[in-house]
Every structure is written in structure tokens, then in C-alpha cells.
Design a binder for this molecule. Structure first.
Ligand code: PMP
Length: 354
């Protein structure tokens, strides 16, 4: 730390992103990216957009918003595009949390929530998941805090039903409830259809997972016009040109090629079901995944050790040190071939332990 660093950040422990190795080619199952390239149309639009990089991008993201509004059947002013969904989550902490609106989220969830809370000097409550890693919605009824729930949750992969989320929305009418749907396209039900019923709902989604655009950084929020206006106030006070031209173009190309995304999601779900079946045969315990990853542990091998053994054999998965989840690994669903290699490698590792 330099002697110039603001004391307000002295204790801030930043988020640790998953490894992005350059030294060696791994089968990369550690950051929940799509194993499929971005759509052809996205790639073509990016090439074209590169020709006018001398000009600033449209700060209002109009073409992209219009297309997304059509797909989601909402109004254009009910959407805000951001630099990854991480950005809109941070905007939400900035806009809707303060001394009177503390934050609340599960104790086991996306690690960035607590970092954003600390960055913005917001007090927060971490509400324990049940022993089976499900969310007890009763813990969130009428708690009068700004609530952040990843649905499906990460890294547990388990989803709540929209009816359960409605109870949380209805009993916290004076607080914003943020539903982070980063993984919703892999089998859970979206809450986007509820934004006109609950003016306290903000749904966030991303192009990083189902839409094969993690490298472009594009996410968005959907909510009432008033909530989007507040988030825009924060956006125009930090970075009006938050989406660069090439990302905007890639986003539009991707949305005009929805078929490609839908088919890729189907393939990922098939590969997930295959992987679950094979992991169960090997004696793994799994949570009920509605995502593009599984959360798995094995009683014969320590979680961290398994992560290290897989890494040595060229497969990267994600291990978290948290007390309740240290025996688990989060494994992204890749192509069928990648999953077959994973299963064979796990067989080998388990054999070696015997
Ligand atoms: N929410 C959850 C639950 C995530 O796992 C991630 C990805 N790490 C994000 C949000 C952020 O994704 P991105 O910024 O790439 O949209």
C-alpha cells in the first residue's frame, strides 16, 4: 500500500477473479464461460464497428436496448446496459444502499456482493443458507434491507422459483430486491416478467455465460423506469461511455442470432446432465444445478487436493476456501469432449487414491 492510499479503503479486500492462465493450455472449467465462440453475426458486427473506433460510442446504447426490449417484451427505458453485470451490481449498491438501507445476501453466494458493500461503505448482513445450501425465503420476509439474491445462486447452482421471490418482493416494498440472473438461461425461471408488478425489483443478467461474450464485458439490468433512471444517474456520474463500440456491436449481433444462444444453452444443459450422471457414478455428491456448472464433493478426496490434482493434469476448476464449502469444487460445463476428459481424469485421480 502506498502512503497515499485513502484510509477509507485500508481494509478493503478486493474480489479474486478465477485464474486466467497464459502459461499453459488448460481445459478451462473454472470461470463459467461458454465453451462456444461468440455468434458469427457478433464477430462480423465487431469487425465493422472497429472501423469507427475514432468516435465515442452511443452513451444511451439505443440499438442494443431496442433489440433487448423487443426480446424481453419490456420498454426501452426499463433496461440499462452495463460493463458486465458486475457494473450494474455495483451501481445497485451505490444507488440503493446507505445507512438506512443496509444490504443483505446469503452467506454463500457471489463473492463480489460483500466486496461492493465494503467498497461503498455499506453495512451488510450475510444470511446463512440452510445446511443443504438452499435459501430459506422466510429469512428474507420483511427484513427491510436491500436484498441481493443470485438466482440460481453461485457457487451452489440451486435456483428459487419466481413465486418464492415474489414473497420476498411483496414483504419488502420499501427496499430494492436485486435478483442476479447471471445463470438463468440454463434452466431456472426468470423474474423479468415481474418488473411491472413490483416497482422494487431489479433483475440483472449478463452476456458472459449463455451468450458467449465474457471477453466483451456486457451485462444489463431490467426494472421499473424509475429504478433505471436512478441507475442512470449513477452511470452518468461515473462512466457515461461504459459500453465500448465493439461490445455494443457484438451484443447486437448476438441478440439478432438468438437461435444460436438457445441451441448452445440446450447443449450445455445436455452436457450438464451427462456430467451429473457420470459424477454420481463416481461417488460424487452434487447440488441440484440449474446452471452451467456443477458443485461437487467426494468423500474420498479433500476439495482443495482435488482442485490441485486436476490442475496438475491440465484441468482447471474453481475451489473456494470458505469453511462450509471447502470440500466442494465448482466445475463449469464445457463441451461434451471436455466433460469426457474431465470424467476420465477424475476416475484416474480416484484410482490413484485407492
Ligand atoms: N453474478 C454472478 C452470480 C456471477 O457468477 C458472475 C460472474 N462471475 C457475475 C454476476 C458477473 O458476471 P459479468 O460481470 O461477467 O456479467
Amino acid at each position: 500500500m502506498s502512503r497515499f492510499f485513502s484510509s477509507k479503503y485500508e481494509k478493503l479486500i478486493p474480489y479474486t477473479p478465477g485464474e486466467q492462465p497464459t502459461e499453459k493450455k488448460y481445459i478451462k472449467l473454472n470461470t463459467n464461460e461458454s465453451p462456444f465462440p461468440p455468434s458469427q453475426k457478433a464477430q462480423e458486427y465487431v469487425k465493422n464497428a472497429a472501423k469507427s473506433l475514432n468516435l465515442y460510442p452511443d452513451p444511451e446504447c439505443r440499438a442494443l436496448n431496442k433489440k433487448m426490449a423487443e426480446i424481453l417484451m419490456v420498454d426501452e427505458d426499463q433496461i440499462l446496459m452495463t460493463n458486465g453485470s458486475d457494473e450494474i451490481l455495483n451501481f445497485a449498491f451505490m444507488a440503493f444502499c446507505d445507512k438506512n438501507h443496509k444490504a443483505a445476501f446469503p452467506d454463500i453466494t457471489y463473492g463480489f456482493y460483500s466486496v461492493f458493500a465494503q467498497l461503498n461503505n455499506i453495512a451488510y448482513e450475510e444470511i446463512p443458507l440452510k445446511d443443504d445450501f438452499t435459501i430459506d425465503i422466510n429469512d428474507y420476509l420483511g427484513i427491510n434491507k436491500t436484498i441481493f439474491i443470485a438466482n440460481p445462486n453461485a457457487p451452489t447452482a440451486i435456483a428459487l422459483k419466481p413465486q418464492e421471490i415474489e414473497k420476498i418482493l411483496a414483504t419488502n416494498p420499501d427496499n430494492v430486491v436485486v435478483i442476479d440472473e447471471a445463470y438463468v438461461d440454463f434452466g431456472a425461471k426468470s423474474c423479468v416478467g415481474l418488473i411491472n408488478k413490483y416497482d422494487n425489483l431489479l433483475v440483472t443478467q449478463t452476456f458472459s455465460k449463455s451468450r458467449s461474450m465474457a471477453g466483451a464485458r456486457l451485462g444489463f439490468g431490467v426494472a421499473s423506469k424509475a429504478i433505471i433512471q436512478d441507475l442512470n444517474t449513477v452511470k452518468y456520474s461515473t462512466n457515461p461511455y461504459n459500453i465500448n463500440k465493439m461490445t455494443m456491436a457484438a451484443g447486437l449481433g448476438t441478440l439478432e442470432d438468438e437461435e444460436y444462444t438457445i441451441n448452445n444453452c440446450k447443449t450445455v444443459i445436455e452436457n450438464r446432465e451427462y456430467t451429473k450422471k457420470e459424477l454420481l457414478k463416481l461417488g460424487f455428491e452434487l447440488t441440484d444445478s440449474s446452471t452451467n456448472f456443477v458443485f461437487a464433493k467426494h468423500s474420498d478426496i479433500d476439495g482443495k487436493q482435488l482442485y490441485l490434482d486436476l490442475k496438475k493434469k491440465g484441468i482447471l476448476v474453481r475451489h473456494f476456501d470458505g469453511e462450509r464449502i471447502s470440500q466442494y469444487n465448482r466445475i463449469t460445463i464445457g463441451t461434451r469432449v471436455e466433460m469426457e476428459i474431465l470424467i476420465n481424469t477424475l476416475k484416474q485421480i480416484l484410482e490413484e487414491k485407492r
